[in-house]
Design a protein around this ligand. Structure first.
Ligand SMILES: Nc1nc2c(ncn2[C@@H]2O[C@H](COP(=O)(O)OP(=O)(O)OP(=O)(O)O)[C@@H](O)[C@H]2O)c(=O)[nH]1
Ligand SMILES: [Mg+2]
Length: 490
């Protein structure tokens, strides 16, 4: 090797060592975007990144409004083993004609946005680097329903899962599996064929229970709904057993085999997911699609409340102190967001927030008590409607206007996905507790007073002829960013 090459190589090495050092010195926020399936995680992440990178209209995001963001850009993510979040693909979907929502997420992915900014005060300008990494992970919402399993033994889980299957709204879907259970001898010698047959029926029940409305809380385990490369593996060959059977099964029995596999599922699937992605979060936004649950009636909202409560118990909110540098960090800011607020006129956003407070009340109280800062808001990461007023006799009704997705219905009208419509979604109740306590469906169905349609996303332009990247429309996304990141850019 010639000397000039060698010095070149050394210079390169020094340069990259410099980059590594800068990277190590750059503070990082690990932002958790938490939400059940179809709650709006992927859309939120896409809209957040686009608005940061393209310098969107974010008047309540102070650093941006004050012109202190020099630039924000995507960088290679820190974890080499996790695929990159398909940001460009999701944007491209929105630029198609007609525009498409991203597909439901099937695997985990990660993204790093680096923000270069001017600190707000002269002192900070002298001390700080003015760079912040924001790391975000996206994953299928189905996986989230598994977190509460970490706290449950096989018999506790069995008791809950069988009671769930017997609930009136699920017993139809669960009929064959429940019949199989009632004829099962759990003390018989372990038999793989019996385990496979029971698992097939259990899986079919889980899929049937959620088929009518994938936006609603589904019973799990999550990988039974979305097995990916684990399909058919022993890790997914188990099912819960009826209560009343022994807490500890004799060695070699079917019961012992199923209980062992449940423990393996926790050890090999749920624990790593929790440890690698959730246990390291600094900030968290919890996305809750309360409107879909309101659409489906009282049972659905109570289900949502119960399952969010169990999931949110797994997180450690609290204030970080100087000890946090040696102890595991806590989530010091927690934002509860009701997504898809563009389904409502802004005059109803307060009521949507009240429903959200009801769904998450215990988690909000726990996080506040532990010293975390908590905020609740209704937002739309990607606004798909505009507001208007319609006359009904003498009354003026606040409406929203958008293009309902193909197949959406309003009374006798069936939408084709291309026609714009003005709709009055109905009034949310002033007292949200009615929605969880009333026995029958309060909303949903043909004669319901409240009904939300799903809309097409707005068609976006990726780049204008002059090279500008237009930002995306939203509702309160800027306030969400300010709460989640603002103090780290001060
Ligand atoms: N109108 C409106 N609809 C939204 C918005 N965000 C999400 N949606 C709707 O909600 C659906 C689900 O959004 P996603 O972001 O894919 O949800 P997710 O949480 O990533 O779902 P999984 O990947 O299945 O876990 C979309 O296909 C849209 O129909 C929004 O801001 N406004
Ligand atoms: Mg997704």
């Amino acid at each position: 090797m010639r000397l000039s090459e060698l010095t070149g190589a050394t210079a390169d090495a020094l340069r990259s060592a410099g980059a590594v050092l800068l990277d190590l010195m750059t503070p990082t926020v690990r932002l958790g975007v938490t939400g059940l399936a179809r709650s709006g995680k992927t859309v939120f992440i896409t809209a957040l990144v686009r608005n940061l990178v393209a310098g969107g209209r974010l008047p309540f995001f102070a650093a941006m409004a004050e012109g202190r963001i020099a630039r924000a850009y995507l960088e290679p993510q820190p974890d080499d083993s996790v695929p990159r979040f398909a940001y460009e693909e999701h944007l491209a979907d929105l630029a198609r004609d007609p525009p498409q929502w991203p597909e439901s997420t099937r695997r985990i992915s990660q993204l790093r946005v680096t923000i270069e900014y001017t600190p707000a005060t002269a002192l900070r300008r002298a001390l700080a680097t003015g760079r912040l990494h924001v790391d975000i992970v996206d994953y299928p919402g189905e996986w989230l329903i598994d977190l509460p399993l970490l706290e449950l033994s096989f018999s506790e889980w069995s008791r809950r899962a069988v009671a769930d299957a017997r609930a009136p709204q699920r017993s139809g879907a669960a009929k064959d599996w429940l019949a199989f259970l009632s004829a099962l001898d759990v003390d018989a010698p372990a038999d793989e064929q019996v385990a496979l047959a029971g698992t097939a029926l259990f899986t079919r029940y889980l899929q049937a229970a959620r088929a009518p409305n994938p936006e609603l809380t589904a019973p799990g385990p999550g990988r039974f709904l979305l097995p990916g490369e684990l399909a058919g593996s022993p890790l997914l060959t188990f099912f819960p057993l009826p209560p009343g059977t022994a807490a500890v099964y004799a060695r070699g029995t079917l019961g012992a085999m199923l209980a062992r596999r449940f423990e393996s599922y926790k050890t090999h699937i749920v624990q790593p997911f929790f440890r690698d992605h959730f246990a390291r979060l600094d900030r968290q936004i919890v996305l809750i699609d309360a409107l879909s649950a309101v659409n489906a009636g009282a049972g659905a909202l109570a289900d949502l409340q119960r399952s969010m409560e169990a999931i949110l118990k797994c997180f450690r909110p609290g204030a970080n102190t100087w000890l946090s540098s040696v102890l595991p960090r806590r989530i010091d800011r927690l934002l509860f967001a009701a997504t898809k607020a563009d389904h409502l006129h802004h005059t109803s956003h307060d009521r949507l927030e009240a429903i959200l407070r009801l769904v998450a009340d215990k988690a909000i109280a726990r996080a506040s008590f532990a010293g975390a800062e908590v905020k609740v808001m209704a937002l739309a990461a990607l606004r798909s409607t505009r507001e208007a007023e319609a006359k009904s006799g003498r009354q003026r009704l606040p409406c929203i206007v958008g293009v309902p997705l193909p197949g959406e219905r309003l009374g006798a009208r069936l939408f084709d996905g291309r026609t714009e419509a003005a709709v009055f979604p109905g009034d949310l109740p002033e007292d949200p507790t009615i929605l969880t306590t009333q026995a029958g469906p309060v909303a949903g169905g043909a004669d319901a007073s409240i009904h939300f349609l799903r809309f097409r996303p707005p068609r976006i332009t990726l780049e204008t002829p002059s090279g500008e990247e237009p930002a995306l429309p939203h509702i309160r996304l800027d306030r969400a960013i300010e709460f989640l990141l603002g103090d780290r850019l001060a």
